[in-house]
Ligand binder design. Structure first.
Ligand code: ZN
Length: 169
């Protein structure tokens, strides 16, 4: 059964292809299971792989990138593995929905975003590259100040913002 309820705010939403879009908030999520199934027999980065990806992006009405973006993915906590992160925050030159798909397909993928990501809550942009480089750690810091645990993009290292370390910009 295909769920049509937003994983973040529980409102109704709809699917464009394999991408769920909430009608009330900015959250989206890919139908991870169907994506996994569709790509399972394709060699990574083969022509077929690329064609299917293009088709999935087009059916999901993912717009072309207009610059650079920062994005926030909600993570499912894995207490068993002592992974209790709330969000993954990253930046990209792709449209964030395409970047999210790439995480699922294992392309420059964060294992956190790939395995534990449940929804892209929101994104910011388009913006200039330099702006996005500053915004990414700043956004992470904002979330940490609200009490959330954030996994940063660089090598999936924790940002250590709560500690006394100055984030490396
Ligand atoms: Zn929602």
């Amino acid at each position: 059964m295909t769920e049509t309820v937003c994983r973040v705010c529980s409102s109704e939403g709809y699917f464009d292809g394999l991408l769920f879009k909430c009608s009330q908030c900015t959250a989206v999520h890919w139908d991870k299971w169907k994506i996994k199934k569709s790509f399972s027999k394709l060699k990574k980065d083969s022509e077929e792989f690329k064609t299917l990806k293009k088709q999935i992006l087009s059916e999901a009405k993912v717009p072309k990138s207009q610059g650079n973006y920062c994005y926030k993915i909600r993570l499912r906590k894995q207490k068993k593995y002592k992974l209790d992160n709330d969000f993954y925050i990253g930046r990209t030159g792709l449209h964030p929905y395409e970047r999210y798909l790439n995480h699922l397909l294992g392309k420059y993928s964060s294992k956190h975003a790939k395995n534990y990501g449940t929804a892209m809550i929101e994104f910011e942009g388009p913006m200039k590259l330099e702006t996005s480089k500053l915004r990414e750690p700043a956004w992470g810091k904002e979330e940490e100040e609200k009490g959330f645990k954030v996994i940063g993009p660089r090598e999936n290292e924790e940002m250590n913002i709560k500690s006394n370390k100055t984030p490396d910009l």
